[in-house]
Design a protein around this ligand. Structure first.
Ligand SMILES: O=C(O)CCC(=O)C(=O)O
Length: 284
């Protein structure tokens, strides 16, 4: 298994360019595009038990959601939200079974925090960082507009402006062979104007949201026509791949026409400083 980094720039020409990754390559993608995709970041066998639980969880949630249920009959420690079909990672992770809400105690943390990922975050945030909201989300194709409706195209910076140095880790918890943006809903990023979003998202949130609102039709199209400033990057990701993205990059889910499976994923927010009472400090 070779760790690869995807060239986000090549996706603009419809090419998928994967190269063996170094810390410098990963940092450069993140700096230029606001997102880096690490393929084969970890061996999915390390989280085999979590993947099995994620599969069973998605099956249960999908069956409930498709009947329009409001009661999901999940144990209380799942801290499950029918609004975004998300629950705490620690409820599903076999290492914790909900006994703690600390994602740094989970088998997923042990798998994702490879030397490269850790070094990248130390470069971005320093060795003492914070995290907040570590969740497993289920996204169901064909159920848009209902409980799990796609979030609007947004930047985290505009939505949670009180965190500094904010970055997300996003990783699929899908069964082997199931790829996001091909077989199941994935993530899409609007690539372009990164410095404008970085500068404007906090002080001029409405202007940023107006601009993103104008892209709402394009973001659902298979081959959107966009101006020269931007394009949608829709990475194909499987279990073991990791996306790391900055608070400045606009993103939301993408549901490909051929999607048949629900998508389960994990996401967490990491940051440098916080005026956030629920933030947890940790050492990278
Ligand atoms: O997983 C998704 O569909 C969206 C995730 C997202 O927008 C976020 O984590 O901020």
């Amino acid at each position: 298994m070779v760790l690869l980094v995807e060239d986000v720039g090549a996706a603009r020409e419809g090419r998928q360019d994967l190269q063996s990754a170094s810390l410098a390559d990963a940092a450069s993608q993140l700096d230029r595009f606001g997102v880096v995709i690490l393929r084969n970041a970890f061996d999915p066998l390390q989280i085999a038990a979590l993947l099995e639980r994620a599969r069973a969880h998605a099956e249960h949630v999908t069956a409930k959601a498709m009947t329009g249920a409001t009661e999901y009959d999940l144990p209380e420690h799942y801290v499950f939200s029918p609004r975004n079909l998300a629950c705490d990672l620690t409820a599903l992770d076999p290492w914790t079974d909900g006994r703690t809400d600390d994602w740094t105690q989970t088998s997923l943390y042990a798998a994702v925090m490879t030397d490269l990922v850790r070094d990248l975050f130390i470069e971005l945030l320093g060795p003492e960082a914070f995290w907040w909201v570590a969740r497993v989300r289920v996204s169901i194709p064909g159920n848009d507009g209902k409980a799990n409706g796609r979030l609007s195209l947004h930047t985290e910076l505009a939505q949670i402006p009180h965190l500094s140095g904010l970055h997300n880790i996003w990783t699929p918890l899908t069964p082997p062979g199931v790829a996001t943006n091909v077989d199941c809903p994935g993530l899409q990023f609007y690539v372009g104007r990164l410095s404008w979003f970085a500068e404007m998202s906090k002080p001029h949130r409405e202007e940023v949201e107006d601009f993103l609102g104008g892209l709402s039709e394009a973001m659902t199209e298979e081959g959107p026509e966009l101006d020269e400033n931007g394009y949608f990057f829709r990475p194909r990701m499987e279990a073991g791949d990791v996306a790391i993205f900055s608070g400045a990059i606009p993103h939301t889910a993408y549901v490909p026409q051929g999607a048949t499976s629900p998508r389960v994923n994990f996401d967490v927010r990491l940051f440098r400083e916080a005026d956030e009472p629920q933030a947890h400090q940790f050492t990278l």
